[in-house]
Design a protein around this ligand. Structure first.
Ligand code: HEM
Length: 511
């Protein structure tokens, strides 16, 4: 019997119905011990934070969604209590069935069954609170951040140069900076936007978005549906999962092979290639190194891009902030060189701009997604009995914590009793507890240096039309997994000839 014949489809349908009734979710007996929440709500997929915020107002800091056995944490102090202080209990991460089908749970370190995970070394390190051992923590720990400095200086100089050369393509330049930096810092590779490696990462990031955002509620409710054949109606998730699996394999293997080959032939060295050499003969370690590289590109490129592109837009929207930050840089550093990491603590206003960006802008705009997936920036899910979630975006808009949460106001950091230079752990955008962003020290440095360098050299303004009138700024963001500003026109120019010369000189030193 052909698999597409009507009889086959009917028999298959009956079998599916029987299985559906047999495996239907059973009520849980311990439900009464959970906090209040809405009964049988329809769960929002995009912009879920708006609904979560609303439930927070109705039910309080902890909202329990019985149908999904999900707990929403609507306040930073609750998230810190549960995810930092009781981190061992709330380590796990929920994932969609499509993510699991694609094998993403095998490359990401913190899936439910932690011992089955290939990045166990990294996890154990983090559980034990140490910063040694484990590939991710070895590469990305704070004490190793300086190893990325040369790549960061080089890529940001090239970025400035691209911005003044082809200013209208500022979004592409920002993506190339964010991605190219990871390829350069980890693999010692210099990628351009024409390279296969660049295109592979873009494809994989897009597929990650599809795997998270495209909704298959029946599959989530009845995971056994994953055994249905891909030709069966409504089973498009197989195609997404297969493509994403292939994307991740390519992302892990292709740059890894090039980097190792470069090291062996003496044409270049890199962190990944050195790790690979140390791990030669240990297939599990090699697999973990490849997975770490792929996850770094997936988790690090678009997030960095989102924050830097949100910064560019914000500066066009807030020329007063731009001028004030630039004046601070001129006063402290002068006009003769680009900012360096050693300048950071002498630039409190620039730091305040960065902190404010990460809180009020970044958290409003970066990723939004459905209730079942747990990697993300404004809504992150954690397993308690099953799946507690916390919503950083709502937390960052809590008027008791941030007055006028919808206003971009770096002064709130500058004038706060602790000042702007508090711990990196205060930047909620990097997550909480044991699942905090592994690459946060690198990301923090990259975003700060990009901000300081742009402020020191460039003038960002609204574009003007032929009559010399300012073109309106919609200031909107895409509704994709990682959100970016929607295309808009702006004017990006060097501040003056001195700034242009400085950029040229810095780029010439890179070349
Ligand atoms: C501004 C930029 C960035 C932000 C806001 C950010 C934020 C986050 C957050 C919130 C998580 C935790 C997700 C969860 O709890 O499920 C995360 C995970 C992660 N991030 Fe970042 N990230 C950034 C840049 C980077 C960079 C540059 C890298 C590496 C090159 C990186 C590597 C990772 C990795 C590997 C994970 C997964 C860690 C794990 O297995 O638990 N991130 N990031």
């Amino acid at each position: 019997m052909a698999p597409t014949s009507p009889l086959f489809v009917t028999l298959y349908g009956i079998a599916a119905l029987v299985a559906l009734l047999y495996f239907r979710p059973r009520r849980q007996s311990h439900v009464n011990s959970f906090p209040p929440g809405p009964k049988s709500p329809s769960m929002p997929m995009l912009d879920a934070w708006i609904q979560y915020e609303q439930w927070g107002r109705e039910y309080g800091e902890l909202v329990y969604i019985r149908e999904h056995n999900m707990l929403i944490l609507n306040h930073a102090h609750v998230a810190i209590d549960l995810l930092e202080k009781c981190a061992r209990l709330y380590l796990d991460r929920a994932m969609t069935q499509v993510m699991k089908l694609s094998g993403f749970n095998e490359v990401l370190s913190l899936e439910v069954n932690i011992l089955a995970c290939p990045l166990t070394k990294a996890i154990n390190t983090r559980i034990n609170g140490g910063e040694t051992g484990g590939f991710s923590s070895k590469i990305f720990r704070q004490s190793s951040s300086h190893r990325f400095y040369p790549a960061q200086y080089n890529k940001i100089s090239q970025y400035l140069h691209s911005l003044i050369t082809v200013p209208e393509e500022f979004m592409q330049h920002t993506m190339l900076l964010s991605q190219g930096l990871i390829y350069s810092a980890l693999y010692g590779l210099d990628v351009s936007s024409e390279d296969l490696l660049y295109k592979k990462a873009i494809e994989a990031i897009a597929m990650l978005g599809r795997a998270v955002l495209e909704s298959y509620p029946a599959l989530e409710r009845y995971p056994w549906l994953r055994f249905t054949p891909s030709w069966f109606p409504g089973c498009g998730f197989h195609e997404i999962a297969n493509k994403f699996r292939q994307n991740m394999a390519d992302l892990g293997t292709i740059p890894f092979d090039i980097a190792v080959n470069n090291l062996k032939t003496g044409t270049g060295t890199s962190l990944i290639a050195e790790l690979a050499l140390e791990s030669e003969g240990n297939p599990l370690d090699i697999k973990n190194i490849k997975a770490m590289g792929a996850v770094s590109l997936l988790a690090g490129a678009d997030t960095t891009m989102s924050s830097i592109s949100a910064f560019l837009l914000t500066m066009v929207q807030h020329p007063d902030v731009q001028l004030k930050a630039r004046a601070e840089i001129d006063r402290v550093i002068g006009r003769g060189r680009l900012p360096k990491f050693e300048d950071r603590r002498s630039l409190p206003y620039v730091e305040s701009v960065y902190r404010e960006l990460m809180v009020t802008i970044f958290l409003k705009v970066v990723t939004t997604f459905g209730p079942l997936f747990g990697v993300g920036l404004n809504m992150l899910s954690f397993r308690m009995c099953d799946c507690p979630q916390y919503l950083v975006r709502a937390m960052s808009r809590d008027p008791n914590v941030y007055s006028e949460p919808n206003t971009f106001m770096p002064e709130r950091f500058l004038d706060s009793p602790d000042g702007p230079f508090t711990s990196i752990n205060d930047i909620l955008a990097f997550g909480f507890g044991r699942r905090v962003c592994v690459g946060r020290y690198m990301a923090d440095n990259t975003v700060w240096l990009a901000i300081a360098s742009v402020l020191a050299t460039l003038d960002l303004q609204k574009a003007k039309d032929n009559e010399g009138n300012e073109v309106d700024l919609p200031g909107e963001y895409t509704r994709t997994f990682f959100r970016h500003p929607k295309p808009y026109q702006s004017s990006i120019t060097p501040r003056d000839q001195q700034a242009r010369d400085l950029i040229k000189l810095a780029t010439a030193m890179v070349d």
